[in-house]
Design a protein around this ligand. Structure first.
Ligand code: SAH
Length: 230
């Protein structure tokens, strides 16, 4: 963490001033932000780090961006406060404008912490189980299936039978179907994206159902021919 006040030159270590053109609130000045950025970039050994300005005007942060940023060696988060930061320094130092959602907070500190949390759990070694970050909500547009742990019966509510079956394939199929249901209900626009990218899933499913129908038909015919021999 770097305190922008440490990069001021005035006696009162002031970092903000009134907005040109008038209006409510204060604006953070360009020079302390610029000097802080230079100092931090200078302390980084490898290539220059991406500088992420937390702003409601940025691209909305999501799992895909978290994954992308988790592959970076270093990242700098620039947190605004008051009405924001002088546009001129943003043009000079910022590489990414990122928002955490369509609402306005008082400062960029919480957005930075939210992003740092989501990004760092994608970095190898942060989560205990290497692949537990991969099959999660949003990683393939689908939300995650429901989870259960012991006891098997809790206040009369039983864990879905299939999860106790030990049939790995059936469990996978059940989880996928649950994920699809939940996503369709809670986030229809995500479900559409998933369906677009997974059309072969529906084709395979239709073929499977067709085969099952044919098998059933044959069984019926056989049964009938045994019951009523010609
Ligand atoms: N006047 C600005 C909002 C300033 S809010 C506007 O209307 O766009 C003060 C600071 O909080 C911003 O500079 C930004 O760094 C941070 N902030 C507020 N809401 C945010 C959000 N949804 N995502 C990321 N940062 C946010």
């Amino acid at each position: 963490m770097h305190n922008l006040r440490d990069y001021t030159t005035n006696k009162h270590r002031k970092v903000d001033d009134y907005p040109y053109g008038g209006g409510a609130g204060m604006v953070m000045q360009a020079e302390p932000v610029f000097r802080a950025c230079q100092a931090v970039q200078g302390s980084i050994k490898g290539k220059k780090a991406r500088v992420i300005y937390t702003t409601p005007q940025g691209r909305v942060f999501d799992q895909m961006l978290a994954e992308e940023l988790s592959r970076e060696e270093d990242l700098i988060f620039l947190c605004g406060h008051y009405e924001g930061i002088d546009e001129r320094v943003l043009e000079e130092v910022v590489t990414d404008y990122v928002s955490i959602g369509d609402y306005v907070l008082t400062g960029g500190e919480l957005p930075a912490m939210v992003m740092i949390d989501a990004i760092s759990r994608m970095a190898p070694g942060v989560l205990g189980n290497e692949d537990s970050g991969e099959s999660e909500s949003f990683s393939n547009y689908l939300l995650e299936y429901p989870q259960y742990t012991r006891p098997e019966v809790w206040r009369g509510k039983k864990v879905p039978e299939i999860l106790l079956s030990g049939d790995h394939q059936k469990v996978e199929q059940w989880r996928l179907e649950q994920s699809m249901e939940i996503t369709k209900r809670a986030r229809p626009e995500l479900y559409e994206k998933w369906a677009d990218e997974n059309q072969e899933y529906f084709i395979r499913k239709a073929k499977r159902e067709e085969r099952a129908r044919k098998r059933e038909l044959k069984r019926e015919q056989k049964k009938n021919s045994l019951q009523y021999p010609l």
